[in-house]
Design a protein around this ligand. Structure first.
Ligand code: TXA
Ligand code: MG
Length: 363
């Protein structure tokens, strides 16, 4: 009994008193897991190198992968950045439109921002979350909070209480856990601002098209929308990310006539057995007719709602990862992959490490 009481001492409901307690832990150099409107964060005082070290250690994160600093507002952020007038104009417009919210700004840093936070880069990523619990934590802690997503490095992101307990339930780190899942369920958009060039480093809820509209009056603006498959200058945009413990692949069915002969019937049998130990993640009921072929079938959004699909993806991956199956097959939906479709595809592509298969349909 004693030991079970001890293990729950670090798990907190998000009431005001508990948020204050956790803010004190941040001030004392300890870690706190907390919800945001995007995903859960694993936070520490951004100005305390020892505390930041604890994040890398607990998350098993390579120390060349920098952390986002969370602040209350841009006035607080200003002391950590070293920007010119052109950059300030652009940032003011973005901050007015999207802060607090799911937009991270990547800008040149002031010297005193600890190198460990930015992994020795001259650039710092800053975000102001809109989630009330996250904001109270920032307000009570009175320091900027560096926080990566609260998951083991490279694994599926946590968007609800259950995911956090799965990864960190046995640890002693303080956790503020909400009964509600995170509102959006995917990470913030990261935008780099360098002179008149604005580049989307990581797609998110705030899309390239939205940013383009917001900045329409900036003269000589260069807006860069990076290709998902291109490796860019953020260590966290590696091809393999959000991985499950199963063989996870993008898939499409292909409608090809397979002539009847013994060789092909062997292939068909092999395919059937393969699908028998696979789960299908569908989108928009597209493959509903084939659901019986799979061990399990889940739809990210039966009605083709992209926000719902993004919200569900990580949770579906967490749930399927627990099943006794070998493969998770994610439908590579047909779309131009712009706007929010790009965001969803970015996460799907990385959780499959870019791997894709075509399955003959007439099995
Ligand atoms: O929604 C979010 O952004 C969540 C919540 C907790 O705020 N945080 C989050 O953090 O997604 P993380 O560490 O999982 O992803 C941050 C990404 C990483 O890919 C990292 O490489 C990139 O931001 N990043 C952070 N600082 C950077 C820097 N100075 N230069 C380049 N990339 C940076
Ligand atoms: Mg992450």
């Amino acid at each position: 009994m004693e030991s079970s009481q001890q293990t729950i001492q670090n798990i907190y409901d998000c009431n005001d008193e508990n948020i204050r307690l956790c803010a004190q832990s941040i001030q004392q150099g300890d870690l706190v897991i907390f919800p945001t409107e995007t995903v859960y964060g694993l936070g520490a005082c951004a100005l305390n190198e020892d505390a930041i070290n604890k994040i890398y250690k607990l998350k098993k994160r390579p120390n060349n992968n920098p952390l986002i600093i969370h602040v209350i507002n841009w006035s607080e952020a200003e002391i950590y950045v070293d920007i010119n007038q052109i950059e300030a104009n652009i940032i003011n417009i973005l901050v007015k439109e999207y802060w607090p919210g799911p937009l991270t700004l990547l800008v040149k840093k002031e010297k005193f921002v600890p190198d460990i936070v930015t992994a020795n880069s001259k650039w710092v990523a800053i975000r102001s979350p809109s989630n009330k619990i996250a904001r109270k934590l920032l307000e009570y802690a009175m320091v900027p909070i560096a926080a990566p997503s609260a998951n083991i490095s490279g694994k599926i992101t946590s968007t609800c209480k259950e995911h956090i307990l799965n990864y960190f339930g046995d640890s002693e780190v303080s956790m503020l856990l909400s009964d509600e899942p995170c509102k959006y369920g995917t990470e913030s958009t990261i935008v780099k601002v360098e002179n008149n060039t604005v580049s989307i480093i990581r797609p998110g809820l705030i899309t390239f098209e939205m940013i383009s509209n917001t900045l329409v009056n900036i003269q000589d603006l260069r807006l860069v929308n990076n290709n998902i498959t291109k490796q860019i200058d953020s260590p966290g945009t590696s091809l393999s990310h959000y991985t499950t413990s199963k063989n996870t692949l993008l898939f499409n069915f292909v409608d090809i006539e397979v002539p009847e002969n013994s060789y092909n019937s062997n292939i068909n049998e092999a395919l059937k057995s393969y699908l028998d130990v696979s789960a299908c993640i569908d989108f928009g009921s597209f493959n509903f007719h084939y659901k019986e072929l799979f061990f399990a079938y889940v739809d990210l959004s039966k009605n083709n709602d992209i926000n719902e699909a993004i919200f569900n993806l990580y949770n579906v991956l967490h749930q399927l990862d627990k099943l006794n199956i070998k493969n998770i097959l994610i439908f590579d939906y047909y779309s131009d992959k712009k706007g929010l479709y790009k965001t969803l595809f970015d996460r799907m592509y990385r959780c499959c490490s870019g791997k894709k298969i075509l399955i003959p349909i007439n099995i």
